[in-house]
Design a protein around this ligand. Structure first.
Ligand code: FAD
Length: 341
């Protein structure tokens, strides 16, 4: 068969990184990204972009660990290259602090981040309301620059990108051989996935260039993540809330919680409020499906449902989705060579 025509639906971190993995693995593909929104208007643009995994209860821990390791290794190499500032990737050290003994004293990702260790008594003096903590160095993606960097790399390999809202994946069957669904929370409507639900998150992006270390309260609700130009202050988690409007009460609450962890933030300036819907699911859906109508078949690879941890595992799930695209190509090539016989 001729070069397979692949369409990736979605241009958040999952769609763009999946498209890149497909091009790296199958460079002869003709690949198009179709999305109703691109950066800076995706959920991925709102994210803090810290590489601290969120645990998916329905995905085996060894699989999640592999996805995180793959992502960490990939971004660590970028952070160590001349591309780092353009891609918006950098190392950041800091603390995760606990008021009570944490459920997991040694999380599954502790040997992937750098220098993971219990905090010393001297470090804990900075946090008088907390009893224990973990110090480590991880990576941070500055999300809009990283998304633009991914787009630039895709365009350089000849990938086409079009603004288009897809109502039904089947509508693409006459134009493409394989569809990759990376629609994030949009998959709720696009493929009718009732297991996918939004978790509304609000964050503040502030100017506070003196804050250099990350601080995360152990429950993950309050955090201070310094980036290249802005510090992200979080956050909120509102299950099943589809409303993208910022809540002024939440803004004050986030700011107060963060100032209680890092009092110098009282002098932060240029406070901007951002809201996004985490595409949440008990497990990420990285799966092949064969759609069929009237004897015509359309292979689909799903890659969505990354909830609160899409940046932390994106490269791992993108590689897995690209492997599944490879299986679809093999099936298509098998059926076209049988058709010739
Ligand atoms: P999206 O970024 O939403 O992209 C989906 C794409 O699909 C969009 O381009 C959209 O336009 C397109 N689309 C949807 N439906 C259709 C359709 N019908 N037709 C065409 N196109 C369609 N994760 C971390 O790892 N670390 C963090 O520190 C972190 N912080 C976060 C903070 C907040 C406040 C929030 C909200 C999230 C955070 N996350 C974090 C989670 C992370 O943002 C998500 O897991 C990730 O962005 C999901 O990426 P995605 O590409 O699946 O979704």
């Amino acid at each position: 068969m001729a070069a397979p025509k692949v369409a990736v639906v979605g241009a958040g971190v999952i769609g763009l990184s999946t498209a890149l993995c497909i091009m790296e693995t199958f460079p002869s593909c003709s690949l198009t990204v179709l999305s109703d929104q691109f950066s800076p208007n995706t959920t991925s643009d709102v994210a803090a972009g810290m590489l601290i995994p969120h645990t998916y209860p329905g995905t085996p821990i060894p699989v999640q660990k592999e996805w995180f390791k793959e992502t960490f290794t990939y971004l660590f190499a970028i952070s160590n290259s001349a591309e780092a500032s353009e891609a918006g990737i950098h190392l950041v050290s800091g603390w995760q602090v606990f008021k009570n003994t944490p459920k997991e004293e040694v999380p599954f990702w502790s040997d992937i981040v750098l220098g993971f260790r219990p905090m010393s008594e001297a470090e804990l003096q900075k946090f008088p309301q907390h009893r224990s903590g973990q110090a480590f160095t991880t990576l941070k993606c500055n999300c809009p620059p990283y998304l633009l960097w991914l787009e630039k790399r895709l365009k350089a390999t000849g990938v086409q990108m079009y603004t288009r809202k897809i109502v039904d994946l089947w509508d693409l069957h006459s134009e493409y051989n394989i569809i990759v669904n990376c629609a994030g929370i949009g998959a709720h409507q696009l493929v009718g996935d009732e297991k996918l639900f939004p978790v509304k998150g609000q964050v503040l992006k502030v100017h506070a260039p003196w804050v250099k270390n990350f601080i995360r309260d152990g429950d993950g609700l309050t955090y201070i993540y310094p980036g290249i130009d802005k510090v992200t202050l979080g956050g909120t988690r509102e299950k099943e809330n589809w409303n993208l409007s910022p809540d002024p009460g939440a803004t004050k609450d986030i700011f107060d919680r963060c100032c209680s962890l890092e009092p110098s933030l009282r002098r932060a300036q240029d406070i901007k409020v951002k809201v996004g819907l985490r595409p949440s699911r008990h497990c990420v859906r990285v799966q092949k499906e064969l759609l069929s109508q009237g004897g015509v078949k359309l292979p689909v690879v799903h890659n969505y449902g990354h909830g609160a941890g899409g940046f932390s595992v994106h490269r791992g799930t993108a590689k897995e989705a690209a492997r599944l695209v490879g299986e679809c190509i093999a099936i298509l090539q098998g059926s076209s060579s049988r058709a010739k016989l």
